[in-house]
Design a protein around this ligand. Structure first.
Ligand code: GLP
Length: 244
């Protein structure tokens, strides 16, 4: 789906999410959303907050699982994805805090593997992801599944690529302060979602989008695996779609 402006993509994607939330609410069911951080989804979250305030969209039946978190990371730190999600969405809607799941960056390293297995079990117990929202990194990562990630990779602790850490350097006031690791839902975990919506904006994303959509399906570019997902959609502005 290619639109001239990011604002049009944001409205369309937020509308799709709102419709899903309402459909599930009408049948008395939870709506299970996989959510992403980064600058790309911020406009969708803004639009969802507007729909909550102006059109009575309720998040009471919404259960969320975020893709990733830096490791180690304190939840109140400026760069934490927990803080990001509170500030950009959760503090502004009527979601039950017990329904919000974001990987915990404060665990001792030797407890992370069990924690990740439990995270996947919680997704299953919630009924599975109805929809997974994704951005894309310049390495072709989804979540923090860097090049080399297998298609069936589980939720786990990973090492970040140098390019990913360089892209995050300004958030951390210097490359040397960017954590080397992160917890991420695996490609396999993302693939359990019934529907996947990947968003990308701007000319900087155009080369990686072209490779993800039209290039070889390969661990060298984890987003390319989405070509094999039964319901994966790319929602782009014209600049990000320029090399297709
Ligand atoms: C980080 C996140 C990804 C995100 C990517 C792109 O690496 N872990 O989930 O897709 O950044 O960020 P942005 O949307 O700011 O370009």
């Amino acid at each position: 789906h290619v639109y001239a402006q990011p604002a049009e993509v944001n409205r369309a994607v937020a509308g799709t999410i709102a419709k899903l939330i309402r459909e599930r609410a009408e049948t008395g069911k939870p709506c299970v959303l996989g959510l992403a951080t980064g600058s790309t989804p911020v406009g969708v979250y803004d639009e969802l907050i507007r729909l909550h305030r102006e059109e009575g969209l309720s998040f009471k039946n919404v259960v969320t699982f975020n893709l990733d978190e830096y490791f180690p990371m304190q939840p109140e730190a400026l760069q934490s994805y927990r803080r990001f999600m509170q500030e950009h969405l959760f503090d502004h809607v009527d979601i039950d805090p017990a329904n919000v799941h974001i990987p915990d960056g404060t665990l001792p390293a030797d407890e992370v593997a069990q924690y990740c297995a439990d995270y996947e079990r919680k997704i299953e117990e919630a009924g599975g992801l109805d929809l997974q929202l994704l951005g894309i990194g310049r390495t072709g990562h989804i979540g923090f599944n860097e090049p080399g990630s297998p298609k069936d990779s589980p939720t786990r602790l990973i090492w970040l690529d140098k390019l990913t850490r360089l892209d995050a350097a300004s958030d951390f006031f210097g490359y040397e302060h960017v954590p080397s690791r992160a917890i991420t839902m695996g490609v396999g975990s993302i693939f359990t979602a019934k529907r996947v919506i990947l968003m990308a904006f701007g000319e900087g994303k155009a080369p990686v989008i072209a490779r993800a959509v039209e290039g070889e399906i390969s661990a060298n570019l984890p987003a390319s695996y989405l070509q094999e997902h039964p319901q994966a959609e790319f929602w782009l502005d014209e600049a990000a779609a320029a090399e297709l």
